[in-house]
Design a protein around this ligand. Structure first.
Ligand SMILES: CC(C)(COP(=O)(O)OP(=O)(O)OC[C@H]1O[C@@H](n2cnc3c(N)ncnc32)[C@H](O)[C@@H]1OP(=O)(O)O)[C@@H](O)C(=O)NCCC(=O)NCCS
Length: 222
């Protein structure tokens, strides 16, 4: 079956959708990167929004975020790791949407679903009057995908050297070097975002990314 012209409807998910979410976690993420049912329930209790693209009785993809009053430009206040980032309670007034867990089921990749989920979050942020859309950009080309996932991202030694240098010197590299990575390029293509920080040990279990995340920021007021 092909999904080339599919536009799976997107809606916010609730606790009733936990079985669908758990099934997508297992389909889309290698075991060390999966969230447990307790973790996902907790995030919903914290007021996080989870958008799901629905293909009949399965999820084609998801994107999760929390609405926060935090100012992402204050580096010292920015969550130090994924655990902290993905467990911030919703807070007001909403200044930023902190997004995580963009994923598309392997069988549904290449269908524009990721881009539609990112666009839906942008509409949501604009409706709320938020200033920033923030993403914890996974950068799998740092070390390349493992055999345990379906990502098929190749290691890029030049990108790895860029990230290591950024981390060591604190000096942001040129945009063209950052968007050598496919996921960071996707963020840039959709949002024309900037890249604020390189975060070491943000997700240590994510060997493909060397534990790093690159924080992207879209200013909705420009
Ligand atoms: C990243 C992901 C959501 C992209 O969805 P997709 O349906 O595969 O994307 P598309 O085929 O529509 O491609 C769109 C862009 O996504 C990026 N991309 C594609 N596959 C990717 C992958 N496996 N990993 C990272 N980025 C990828 C590329 O920039 C691509 O554009 P390009 O072909 O011009 O280079 C999907 O591959 C996925 O769920 N991967 C596993 C989870 C993950 O790493 N999520 C990111 C968390 S920050």
């Amino acid at each position: 079956m092909t999904f080339e012209s599919a536009a799976f409807p997107i809606r916010p998910l609730t606790g009733d959708d936990l079985p669908l979410l758990m099934e997508l976690e297992a389909a889309a993420w290698a075991p060390p990167l999966r969230a447990s049912e307790a973790t996902i329930s907790h995030r919903l209790m914290l007021g996080h929004t989870m958008f799901g693209a629905i293909d009949e009785d399965v999820l084609a993809g998801t994107l999760c975020f929390t609405e926060t009053s935090q100012d992402p430009l204050v580096r010292s206040d920015f969550p130090q790791d994924f655990e902290a980032y993905s467990s911030l309670p919703r807070s007001e007034p909403v200044n930023a949407l902190y997004a995580y867990n963009l994923c598309v089921r392997p069988s549904h990749r290449g269908t524009n679903t990721a881009i539609r989920l990112l666009r839906e979050m942008e509409h949501h942020g604009r409706r709320l009057g938020a200033r920033w859309l923030i993403g914890d950009g996974r950068c799998s080309s740092y070390a390349g995908s493992s055999a345990a996932d379906d990502d098929k991202v190749r290691a890029d030694p030049r990108f790895r050297a860029t990230i290591d240098r950024w981390n060591e010197t604190g000096m942001r590299p040129p945009l063209r070097e950052i968007i050598r990575d496919p996921l960071l390029r996707l963020h840039y293509r959709v949002y024309e975002c900037e890249f604020l920080y390189v975060m070491p040990d943000f997700f240590p279990q994510d060997a493909s990314s060397g534990g790093f995340r690159v924080i992207s920021a879209k200013d909705l007021k420009t």
